[in-house]
Ligand binder design. Structure first.
Ligand SMILES: Cc1cc2nc3c(=O)[nH]c(=O)nc-3n(C[C@H](O)[C@H](O)[C@H](O)COP(=O)(O)OP(=O)(O)OC[C@H]3O[C@@H](n4cnc5c(N)ncnc54)[C@H](O)[C@@H]3O)c2cc1C
Length: 466
């Protein structure tokens, strides 16, 4: 951690900070508390598939708002993970045990839990099939199973062998635990570290950048920066696509001599030889005649080639999609950019399914053009609750989501760029950060990230309070 951060930490004790943060949290709760008053007494059967950030938050609020409903949550998981903590485990800031709770302690009172995976869904019959052969029907469905990490789409990699050949990923709880010791031993030995993202939409697009920058800072803190070369390979055409934050982020990479390679998609890893295989896309512009105008017009042409890179330490991001049962149920987008990974076709403002109005989908599975983060889900939940109740009452869902998402990009041990934005990629800063220059890295945002957001998640968000 930086010296100035350390000094400030001693001036403001952790307890004082948490008290202040709790006060901010309470302020944030006020509008929600006002909205909680109206109950709907319909005797209705609501199923919730997936009890993660989105499903549990929905369940907690619906349990209060629908006192006569039968609420059934289907989820096979024993543990509830605070996934943003995986980055901090990978960086050695959190101990693994602080990021999870037993799922049984997280399911709200009044909600029946079926501890099974959904294997099939028939939205026309409103019928769900579970792994143990069980069947259940619903009147309304909250679809929140998160996303599927497709490890096997990277040749040479599997979840079971994660970590072999020093190929690591914080996208898995065990993977995050292996990352930190491997990062430290890499720094001690020296060599080349490669960091990649992926070509699909991904949860927390900032996570691969965070672990990259934290590795770089860790090397500096250990006075080993000269012994390591650090490269960041992104499948995108730019490092980050929210213009308010991109320039400073690019500057940081430049200042810290982390090379960025664009349009590089990881396709495979030879863990024995420590080689990473990429598909590199090159885009060129070409002039062609435009019969409509009779003039020439510019079109883009792209070509791909295989590139092989050696590494000593690799951090990669698996390709991601909607879970298979969602695709098989035909709930994904039927056309456009969100169709390939079967992200659920919902109205981006109301979150109601385009074809099946008895289904509302939110969280990572939703096919909406914003970042897949729990910060986004916190804003989606109150909207989804209101719109679901409107549907139950036979009214038109009218409450609209503006695409708010947040991603705290940790830039070193002590600083974070707190990226908050909406569907138009315009900054949408939360109080008290409106008082600061959020384009830059902030120590206060680091405190928020490390000390405040985890209890906020477990005791506020998934309890349906914030
Ligand atoms: C490394 C990392 C860093 C992150 N950093 C941040 C961050 O800094 N800030 C931030 O806001 N967000 C961050 N996120 C993203 C955030 O954790 C997710 O966006 C959020 O958890 C998604 O919530 P969800 O409810 O949609 O899915 P999840 O929380 O993943 O929950 C899905 C639930 O559905 C269940 N499920 C899956 N399949 C089935 C099935 N077939 N049947 C029944 N149940 C099923 C699962 O068991 C799980 O309980 C990060 C994520 C990762 C991995």
């Amino acid at each position: 951690m930086r010296e100035d951060a350390k000094r400030l930490m001693t001036k403001i004790s952790r307890r004082t900070f948490i008290r202040g943060a709790a006060a901010v949290g309470l302020l944030a709760m006020l509008p929600v508390a006002r909205g909680c008053a109206k109950r709907c007494h319909a005797k209705v059967n609501v199923a919730i598939i997936g009890g993660g950030a989105a499903g549990l938050s929905m369940a907690a609020r619906l349990a209060r708002r629908l006192p006569n409903a039968t609420l059934t949550l289907i989820d096979p998981a024993d543990k509830q993970f605070y996934q943003p903590g995986f980055t901090l485990i990978g960086a050695g800031v959190y101990k693994p045990d602080v990021v999870w709770k037993n799922q049984s302690d997280c399911i709200p009172d009044g909600v029946k839990w079926i501890k099974q995976a959904v294997v099939a869904l028939d939205p026309t019959k409103k019928e769900i099939r579970t792994g143990d052969g069980g069947r259940l029907t619903y009147d309304f469905l909250v679809l929140t199973p998160g996303l599927q990490l497709n490890w096997s789409q990277i040749q040479g990699i599997s979840l079971d062998t994660l970590g072999e050949g020093n190929a690591h990923s914080i996208y898995d709880f065990n993977g995050a635990q292996k990352t930190f010791p491997a990062m430290m031993s890499f720094i001690e030995k020296g060599g080349r570290a490669l960091f990649t993202d992926t070509y699909t939409k991904l949860k927390c697009g900032g996570a691969p950048k965070k672990i990259c920058l934290l590795t770089e800072h860790q090397a500096r803190m250990r006075k080993r920066r000269d012994a390591v070369k650090i490269d960041y390979f992104t499948a995108s055409k730019q490092l980050y696509d929210v213009p308010h934050y991109t320039p400073r982020l690019e500057e940081i990479y430049q200042e810290r001599k982390v090379n960025i390679s664009l349009r590089m998609r990881l396709t495979g890893v030879d863990t024995q030889a420590k080689k990473a295989f990429f598909e590199k896309t090159t885009v060129s512009q070409k002039q062609i005649p435009d019969p409509a105008s009779g003039t020439m017009k510019t079109v883009e042409e792209s070509a791909t080639q295989e590139v092989i890179e050696s590494y000593d330490f690799l951090h990669f991001t698996p390709p991601q999609s909607a879970p298979d049962f969602v695709r098989e149920a035909g709930l994904g987008w039927r056309s456009g950019k969100l169709a390939r990974e079967a992200w659920v076709e919902v109205d981006k403002e109301t979150l109601v399914h385009a074809v099946y109005p008895s289904i509302i989908a939110l969280g990572d599975v939703a096919g909406i053009p914003t970042s897949k983060t729990s910060a986004a889900i916190r804003k989606q939940v109150p909207i989804a609750v209101e719109n679901l109740i409107a549907l139950i009452e036979g009214k038109t869902p009218e409450v609209k989501y503006d695409g708010y998402a947040a991603c705290p990009i940790v830039t070193d041990y002590g600083h974070v760029i707190l990226c908050e934005f909406d569907y138009d990629k315009k900054p949408k800063t939360s109080f008290p950060f409106t008082l600061m220059d959020t384009r830059k890295e902030l120590w206060s945002a680091w405190l928020l990230k490390v000390y405040f957001l985890k209890p906020f998640y477990f005791y506020g968000m998934i309890k349906g309070h914030v």
